[in-house]
Design a protein around this ligand. Structure first.
Ligand code: FES
Length: 107
């Protein structure tokens, strides 16, 4: 878990709406972009071993869908929004500095 802001990717890695799996202090992190807004969640689904970065981005509802059992999580706060996921994942603060995407402490 990052305790201070760490660089995880470049803005140019996410030129439009999309997601990528990143690493912050050894932790798997999901970074998502919708328009000019960036989000970061724990990279692992809270249900089982789904890697959220391999899931689907739902831009209209600001959610990520887990690739394993199709559980949904709100990108803004990490809350589980569709079963079988029923436990939130951690949401992190995101900061953009130049071309760097930085992920910080829990939001
Ligand atoms: S592992 Fe993500 S919903 Fe089951």
């Amino acid at each position: 878990m990052p305790t201070e802001f760490v660089r995880v990717a470049s803005v140019s890695d996410l030129p439009g709406n999309g997601m990528l799996a990143a690493n912050a202090d050894g932790e798997e992190i999901l970074v998502a972009r919708i328009g000019d807004d960036y989000y970061a969640l724990d990279g692992w689904c809270s249900h089982e071993a789904g890697l959220l970065g391999e899931g689907n981005l739902h831009e209209g509802t600001c959610e990520v869908e887990c690739p394993i059992h199709e559980g949904f999580f709100n990108l803004k706060n990490g809350r589980a929004t569709a079963p079988p996921a029923d436990e939130a994942v951690t949401a992190y603060e995101v900061r953009i500095e130049g071309d760097d995407i930085l992920v910080g402490p829990k939001s």
